[in-house]
Ligand binder design. Sequence first.
Ligand code: NAD
Ligand code: ZN
Ligand code: ZN
Length: 348
Amino acid sequence: MKALRYVEVGKAPVVVDIPIPTPGPGQVLVKVTAAGVCHSDDYVMGLPEKDYLEQQYPLPLTLGHEGVGVVHELGEGAATALKVGDAVAVYGPWGCGYCHNCSQGRENYCTNAVELGIRPPGLGSQGSMAEYMLVDDPRHLVPLGDLDPVQNVALTDAGLTPYHAIKQSLPKLGAGTYAVVIGTGGLGHVGIQILKAVSGATVIALDVNEEKLALAKEVGADITIISDSDAAAKIMDATHGLGANAVFDFVGAKPTIPLALSVAAIEADVTIVGIGGGTAEFGFGSINYDAAVRIPYWGYRNELIEVLDLARAGKVGVEIQRYSLDESPKAYADLKEGTIRGRAVIVP
Ligand code: NAD
Ligand code: ZN
Ligand code: ZN
């Protein structure tokens, strides 16, 4: 089968031909119908060799932590309600299934995964950018039903991650409130729609790129602002001097984290989702009174089912750019260039 693999640290990923894997006991072989391209893949491929190996990423690594497909074969003893032929979405943040967090579907916060060497597909285990992928347990598949695979694959991360971030802050986002979304790329453009669907907040969207802001407007942002040194003042203006009740930073870079903190209202939530290398210094006066800062990772298993339900209800949709597996290295080049509108999706 064809697979897009990161083979050598520092080099672009390549399409290679490898054997179709065989599902071992308890595993599921999924025939991939679509795989999404996330900026985090670019982060991993940007790691210097020492950090890449220290963090125990394998080489070669089949990329892709957003995946949907059809159940192709069940390994021995994979006792499950799943049947061959079922359309499924892969829940990527694999955990042990046994610890307290996993028992609640919070496998993204598994307390045993590191010790047991359990790694997400495409981010340590072999990923979805191939014709077939192995899923370690039927628990890591949720029903896709009749949702279009190519249109919806990105919801497994670009949907789930903002959904989780937003859901935790919902008590602060009733009518008359303001939410700021920084970065309106893959995650951000879905985040805007989730905010409009589940909260009462007026949504203020920021990006450095006018075209991304045009997309933000199209998908429902109420106010769009170029992310430059005037942005904080414009946000304070738009919020009548009070700041935003929740700020979601889908960039997490040097300029955006201080910006996010500076526009937080009293008792706001500031959620840093992006892993753009930014940091912040804290002390009295560095953020509004009783504001809280959160740094979440991905989302819960039940939340993936919920975000797919939002799509089924027509409330959330992903803007996509389609690539074949042969064209997939170009998807990463385009991501680097910043030319992707919404999410790049690989269709094997
Ligand atoms: P993307 O490239 O699709 O989108 C990023 C957007 O940010 C682009 O539209 C870009 O123009 C914009 N941007 C860049 N600099 C900016 C600035 N200074 N101000 C405002 N906007 C700016 O990336 P993505 O796939 O949506 O991922 C977003 C970030 O979230 C990445 O850092 C990724 O690694 C991270 N991520 C984190 C998690 C998590 O669980 N915490 C999950 C998925 C992705
Ligand atoms: Zn991701
Ligand atoms: Zn666990």
